[in-house]
Design a protein around this ligand. Sequence first.
Ligand code: COA
Length: 162
Amino acid sequence: MRPAGLQDIDALVRIEELCFDRGRFRQDHLRWILTNERAVTLVEDNGSGLTGVLMLLFEGRVCRVLSVAVVPDARRRGLGTRLMQIAEDVAMERGCASVRLEVSTQNLAAIELYRGLDYKLDGHLPRYYSWGEDAFSMHKPVREATPASIATRAAAVEDSTI
Ligand SMILES: CC(C)(COP(=O)(O)OP(=O)(O)OC[C@H]1O[C@@H](n2cnc3c(N)ncnc32)[C@H](O)[C@@H]1OP(=O)(O)O)[C@@H](O)C(=O)NCCC(=O)NCCS
């Protein structure tokens, strides 16, 4: 796992094409995210290409998941779960109170992923998406940082490139 930069933009466009039928982030929007000081983009890179991406936006004490995606060939092996756990770790490090996200009411895979990680459904947003689909809003409180969790996190960061 590593932070993404502008050099990844073509690969990120490709991930959007592979992972989303509608509502894809266009290149200009990806550029805005990659250069935004309040946003963090992390990618899983297996050496021959990107297999997963996580985009976060920090809004005060809220960490908003803009996108989480795993390429079709790499799904159901725990990468989506790992990306969301990293979102929670980064949110904790940045002193956020919660991680929030919106998900299409039709996206059963993502809803199951979030439910399995204890995200609570807290709203139903009719016609939230430009193509007319409804969304659920979900959130999870960020656990308090403890000396033990900070030490665990520091060790994990030393072992990775995040
Ligand atoms: C949603 C997504 C990120 C999940 O990634 P993943 O790497 O397959 O997730 P995991 O392997 O960690 O799966 C964790 C759990 O989520 C649930 N889940 C994942 N895919 C599922 C599916 N197709 N159907 C039902 N449940 C599913 C399961 O409970 C799964 O646990 P299990 O494999 O032990 O049954 C991936 O399907 C994806 O990229 N989808 C397209 C993009 C998208 O919709 N992103 C979310 C909205 S921004």
